[in-house]
Write a protein that binds this ligand. Structure first.
Ligand SMILES: [Zn+2]
Length: 473
């Protein structure tokens, strides 16, 4: 192997790929019978642009794809009763931070991670809530291995898009000059990242160089507006090819003027630059809640599904506790301004995408997306617009709009069956009757027992995973 030339190596790879595909297609043939489902008499909310609800429909799912709507039913199909229920596309959370393996202390050369998370336990809360796609905004190598486990079906989890974080400080990929910035983008591409996240501490020149290089490398850019832009005119913030703002907070921290006119100015500039927005209203809502009272976390219903290490951190080492009254007042002003931003962006026609910052204290993976949808409606979106922000539009931004995001023939069957109509009341997205994910039908009982497993494991391991003892893990 020592003298094997690159061209030979490529040939080997091509041959093994060919063999792999042969075995794969044989397998598909044999599995066909057990891979066919029909949801009968269901109300389909397709979330296409015209979104005409199809009443009393028959949806055929075959080999993980939507094969037909209102066509014949093959005899081998497993029938699911959809009467008086509602079928929507699986939800997309465009701003998550999923835990991944790592170390809090330095081990020896072959030690590896000291904290190893059970991937299924991390993914269950997403799936239980119908979140079938996530955008990971602090990508690490651990997320690639999580995605592999989902792809090889050893774990049931969402589709994962992963962004590499480039920043001017800290532990992420660090770049302090335009040359470093450009090289960082190319390195990230080489490692397999498809998206770049720009972060708070980049200087202005490096920020611009990273975004320009990402465009050259055909990588889309999401992220923060660096503090280097503080006090500069609003038009400077919108750099060409900066495609998606990660929080409304990125805008509120740039100004003391929390008027609707200011929100409109941001919206106009975003529109001109084709920059979309993740409002991420949840973030400031939760910061403000925790700043006011520690009970907000203690009483959080979904806390039991959070890994015990994070439960311990959120409860005992919470950086938002004990804020001054002045700071709390400021958080609340920001929170209100974020609603104005949503109104102004809607008025201007700038696409908005639902994202929750799941992983930040109080914001629980999966569960948080339903909260965010409610907040978006409170801020002025219709339930349909809120749903669009978590289905068709994010799929479009991720450039997988031909695969997911709507209920249409030919698309992947990422689907949620709901007991109640979410177009009437957005909170009805919580009325999950069952989920289709990766060709599997998970009914409510299956989902509940999956959640129960996570809860039991978390409860049994509370002592072991105390945040104060993390260095000794
Ligand atoms: Zn975030």
């Amino acid at each position: 192997m020592k003298y094997l030339k690159i061209s030979n190596l490529l040939l080997l790879l091509a041959v093994s790929f060919f063999l792999f595909n042969c075995t794969k297609s044989n397998k598909t043939k044999n599995e066909k019978e057990s891979n066919t489902y029909v949801i009968k008499n269901v109300n389909v909310i397709p979330m296409t642009e015209d979104n005409n609800v199809i009443g009393n429909a028959t949806v055929l799912i075959h080999n993980n794809k939507i094969e037909s709507i209102n066509d014949s039913i093959p005899p081998e199909a497993t029938i699911i009763d959809g009467k008086d229920k509602w079928l929507i596309p699986g939800l997309i959370d465009m701003h998550v931070h999923t835990l991944s393996n790592g170390s809090f202390s330095q081990g020896h050369a072959t030690r590896g991670s000291t904290v190893n998370f059970n991937t299924q336990n991390l993914m269950t809360p997403y799936i239980a809530n119908g979140v079938t796609t996530v955008f990971e905004l602090s990508g690490r190598l651990g997320h690639f291995s999580q995605r592999d486990k989902i792809m090889d079906k050893s774990v049931i989890g969402p589709r994962m898009a992963i962004a590499a974080v480039i920043d001017g400080e800290g532990n992420e990929i660090k770049a302090t000059t335009p040359i470093e910035g450009r090289q960082s983008v190319r390195n990230a591409k080489g490692l397999g990242y498809r998206f770049i996240k720009v972060y708070t501490w980049l200087n202005e020149e490096t920020f611009k160089a990273v975004i320009d290089e990402a465009e050259k490398q055909n990588m889309k850019v999401v992220g923060h507006i660096p503090t280097a832009f503080d006090g500069k005119p609003a038009e400077n913030l919108f750099v060409p090819h900066f495609g998606l703002i990660a929080h409304a907070e990125e805008l509120s921290k740039q100004t003391n003027d929390f008027s609707y006119e200011k929100a409109q100015e941001f919206a106009r500039l975003a529109k001109e630059n084709n920059t979309w927005l993740i409002p991420n209203l949840s973030n400031m809502v939760w910061i403000s809640k925790q700043a006011k009272s520690s009970e907000s976390i203690q009483n959080l219903q979904s806390l039991k599904y959070v890994h015990p290490l994070m439960q311990s951190k959120w409860l005992n080492s919470n950086r938002f506790y004990g804020a001054s009254p002045k700071l709390i007042e400021f958080y609340d002003k920001q929170k209100d301004f974020h609603k104005q931003i949503v109104k102004a962006f809607k008025e201007e026609g700038v696409p908005m995408l639902a994202g929750t910052d799941a992983g930040i204290s109080g914001i629980v993976w999966g569960f948080s997306l339903h909260d965010e949808l409610e907040l978006l409606v409170e801020a002025g979106l219709t339930p349909e617009e809120a749903l669009t922000s978590a289905t068709r539009l994010p799929a479009e931004w991720l450039e997988i709009g031909d695969k997911i995001g709507t209920v249409e023939v030919g698309k992947f069957a990422d689907l949620i069956l709901l007991d109640k109509n979410p177009l009437e009341k957005i909170g009805n997205t919580r009325s999950v009757s069952g989920i289709f994910v990766d060709g599997k039908w998970l009914n409510k009982n299956v989902i509940n027992s999956m959640l129960q497993k996570v809860e039991q494991w978390n409860n049994a391991n509370k002592e072991k995973y105390q945040w104060k003892n993390r260095k000794n893990l």
